[in-house]
Design a protein around this ligand. Structure first.
Ligand code: NAD
Ligand code: DAU
Length: 337
């Protein structure tokens, strides 16, 4: 039996990964360590919380004693580190916690993995570590790191630490760098679920700047299968870009959402831009496709319809998530724009 410590498994991508592992890989024990910040939600796991192969632990990746105890108690042989502060806008208003979790937390995991001879450490990173592209070109694994936001700087720092642990102590590791994910259970601070939620409530859709910033969208399930391939097949020390070849300007995505929901384009409202906003991301994923045989299961056109329909079908989940502190966050983040 494979025994995996998954961190951040109650967040958006982590919970999709936990669901996939428990559904498709019955020979796996999943120990899910999550602090349950505003972004962590056990409702994302619903029927899987009490699954026989799932042990949920409410705790912090910065808690060295807890991390070491879990590795010993469950005889962990692989760690997949999803836990992070993940929202660029929040990193601009309050960067400190990004360093605490994304850098110090990763260091705590790495030291424990090294000392306890964990056989594989997968760091879930992001294409944002590469910085921003102009009109042409794509990020490859050789693109120099040039992070522009406190969020991406913290993720790049963690990537350097992971690599350094491999180089200095021989820790077996892989790093994955993925483009923008979308799909079920995404917290509505990110573009797609925020626009769906606002459109459903006939609220203005806040478009930063000219709306022509380009992101390269990947359906979350496809990100999860890519990480699984890395865990199963990747030689240690390799870095893999993950992306679905779906570059879209934000306005195109927003118009698609409005049209699928039968809402008017007049809901679009141009607002003040994000400081230091990266213009364009585009991922060259040929390495993981050619070397590990991964490929995405849906096109953007299929995935976005599945996603919008998921939000329509899961009204109670959405209503719960936007109750409480979400409104306070929204008012603070968007009132000055
Ligand atoms: P998310 O914000 O939805 O979830 C993060 C999870 O980590 C939450 O459950 C939260 O409670 C938990 N967490 C935060 N601090 C913690 C701590 N100190 N200890 C334990 N748990 C903690 O994030 P996401 O969008 O699911 O992203 C997951 C990972 O994937 C992150 O590392 C992110 O950088 C990376 N990533 C995200 C995207 C994307 O488009 N969302 C793309 C590429 C890479
Ligand atoms: O590229 C991978 C990264 O994608 C991940 O590492 C991050 O964790 C994830 O949050 C995401 O970062 P972005 O900054 O690209 O995602 P976000 O959803 O915040 O914004 C997507 C685009 O939409 C970006 O150009 C900013 C714009 N935007 C966003 C919001 C929330 C708007 O125009 N209006 C908005 O209200």
């Amino acid at each position: 039996m494979k025994r995996i410590l998954i961190t951040g498994g109650a967040g958006f991508i982590g919970s999709n990964f936990v669901r996939m592992v428990l559904s498709e890989h019955p020979d796996c024990l999943v120990v899910n360590l999550d602090k349950l910040t505003y972004a962590g939600n056990l409702e994302n796991l619903a029927e899987f919380v009490d699954h026989a192969n799932h042990k949920f632990v409410h705790g912090d990746i910065c808690d060295e004693t807890l991390v070491r105890k879990l590795i010993d108690e469950y005889r962990i042989d692989a760690i997949v580190n999803f836990a992070a502060e993940s929202h660029v806008d929040r990193s601009i208003t309050g960067p400190r916690v990004f360093i605490d979790t994304n850098v110090s937390g990763t260091l705590t995991l790495l030291e424990a993995a090294r000392d306890k001879n964990v056989q594989c450490f997968v760091q879930v990173s992001t294409d944002e570590v590469y910085g921003s592209l102009g009109a042409e070109g794509m990020f490859t694994e050789q693109t120099p790191l040039s992070p522009n936001s406190p969020y991406s700087a913290s993720k790049a720092s963690a990537d350097h630490l992971v690599r350094a642990f491999g180089h200095t102590w021989g820790l077996p590791y892989n790093i994955t760098r993925c483009s923008n994910n979308y799909g079920p259970y995404q917290f509505p601070e990110k573009l797609i679920p925020l626009m769906i939620n606002n459109a459903l409530n006939d609220k203005p859709l806040p478009v930063y700047g000219d709306g022509m910033y380009v992101r390269d969208w990947l359906y979350v399930y496809d990100h999860c299968t890519a990480i699984w391939q890395v865990l199963e097949k990747a030689p240690s020390g390799e870095i893999y870009n993950i992306g679905g070849c779906n570059e879209k300007p934000n306005l195109e995505v927003i118009r698609l959402i409005l049209s699928h929901l039968n809402k008017p384009d007049t809901l679009i409202q141009y607002v003040k831009d994000r400081p230091g906003h990266d213009r364009r991301y585009a991922i060259d994923a040929s390495k993981i496709i050619n070397e590990l045989g991964w490929k995405p299961s849906v096109t953007f056109e299929q995935g976005i319809v599945k996603t919008i329909d998921w939000y329509l079908d899961n009204g109670p989940w959405l209503a719960h998530v936007v109750s409480g502190d979400y409104q306070k966050y929204y008012d603070t983040m968007y009132s000055g724009r």
